[in-house]
Design a protein around this ligand. Structure first.
Ligand SMILES: *[C@@H]1O[C@H](CO)[C@@H](O)[C@H](O)[C@H]1NC(C)=O
Ligand SMILES: *[C@@H]1O[C@H](CO)[C@@H](O)[C@H](O)[C@H]1NC(C)=O
Ligand SMILES: *[C@@H]1O[C@H](CO)[C@@H](O)[C@H](O)[C@H]1NC(C)=O
Length: 352
């Protein structure tokens, strides 16, 4: 109310036709704001099926749609809110998912096959994350295809379940939540001083696998993870990406707002090596020396399903064979090029 009065006073001070327009505009603005707030309040409070999960109470657990596995009722609006802290991320894994979709009814066949994909007018679960303090929708999930794993970009996340007028006996969904600090990456040794970094030491394991955060689900936004490979002296590391789906456009830079994978023989940027994004098949690489770094980085827009890779520390076979060839061949063991030797014999012949 105070704000309206202040606006009115200001407008009156201007005292011309512009003031009237200004007054109308500010009135419309305040109506918009208050309706938005009312709408927000109606969707965020007051439903008996709302649930709040806090990581200081439980690090993991399950949750379901109302009445699961019995059919859920019509006009449901349930909020499931997850609140962790620090560098915890919320991971949601759906284990069962059967929601009523109007296009499942033979009487309501879609006119176009692609309509099946749309969640408009269907019972649905919507996932929200927080970007810069604002609630942002990641996606809608509907029908009976189990959604991929979800992971938040921060310590909070929320899901909203909405059912339409009819449920026709659909049993709903069941899911597992966990507050994780390892981004769903369970190989390597996590470096606790870093937000997301993993160390792979040849002395611990000569081969193994690693993957992007939340793989095989969509990777979270605004996330940077490092994978450091430490070979022993005389070893290199070979890396093969058997699955690679990183949202972006070559050259995977800022201008195309790309997510990317950067690889390097150093802690710093390796100008010889490109960044990778998009869909790649059987991407392979080998380190120049005993250290190698793989870095994954996502921005605050769009998501891919990430990567799955294997690594192997191998002795540097090439160096051994080169050394052996050198020592067994007398010609190449000479410090002088063959031309010099010929010149020497020619000179010796001429002098004598
Ligand atoms: C779930 O959390 C408990 C501690 O709250 C822990 O002991 C258990 O290992 C966790 N289970 C999974 C699957 O993360
Ligand atoms: C790798 O492991 C060895 C043996 O445990 C250790 O001496 C070495 O410092 C480790 N390297 C790194 C970079 O952690
Ligand atoms: C990977 O390491 C295991 C032992 O940790 C070994 O048995 C296996 O042969 C290795 N695989 C390859 C391809 O080197």
């Amino acid at each position: 109310m105070c704000r309206v009065i202040i606006t009115r006073n200001r407008s009156v001070a201007i005292n011309d036709r512009g003031a009237l327009i200004l007054l109308q505009l500010s009135f419309m603005y305040y109506m918009f704001v208050s309706f938005s707030l009312l709408y927000w309040a109606s969707t965020t409070t007051g439903s008996p099926c709302d649930r709040l999960f806090r990581s200081d109470v439980d690090k993991n657990g399950t949750f379901t749609s109302p009445g699961y596995p019995a059919a859920y009722g019509p006009f449901m609006n349930c909020n499931y809110e997850f609140r962790g802290h620090g560098r915890e991320r919320v991971q949601i894994i759906f284990t069962d998912f059967v929601l009523h979709h109007p296009h499942d009814d033979p009487s309501e066949k879609p006119h176009h096959p692609w309509l099946k994909q749309s969640c408009d007018g269907a019972d649905r679960v919507t996932a929200f994350i927080s970007v810069g303090g604002n609630k942002e929708k990641i996606d809608d999930f509907c029908g009976s295809a189990t959604p991929r794993e979800l992971m938040s970009n921060s310590a909070v996340m929320s899901l909203h379940f909405h059912s339409t007028t009819v449920s026709r006996g659909s049993r709903g969904f069941k899911a597992r939540y966990s507050f994780v600090s390892n981004f769903g990456i369970t190989t390597g040794e996590q470096i606790s001083s870093s937000p997301c970094a993993f160390r792979f030491n040849s002395t611990t394991s000569t081969n193994g696998t690693f993957w992007s955060p939340n793989f095989p689900g969509f990777y979270p936004r605004d996330t940077e993870c490092h994978y450091f490979f430490h070979a022993q002296v005389g070893e290199r590391v070979k890396i093969v990406f058997s699955y690679f789906d990183i949202e972006g456009m070559i050259p995977c830079g800022l201008t195309s707002a790309s997510d990317f994978v950067e690889v390097s023989n150093f802690m710093t940027v390796d100008r010889k090596l490109p960044r990778y994004c998009g869909l790649q098949k059987d991407l392979k690489m080998e380190s120049d020396g005993a250290f190698f770094r793989v870095t994954f980085k996502s921005n605050d827009r769009f998501d891919g399903t990430g990567f799955f890779a294997s690594y192997q520390f191998t002795p540097v076979a090439d160096a051994v064979t080169i050394t052996r060839r050198r020592s067994s061949s007398p010609a190449s063991s000479s410090p002088y090029p063959p031309g010099c030797i010929l010149l020497f014999y020619l000179l010796a012949y001429l002098i004598s």
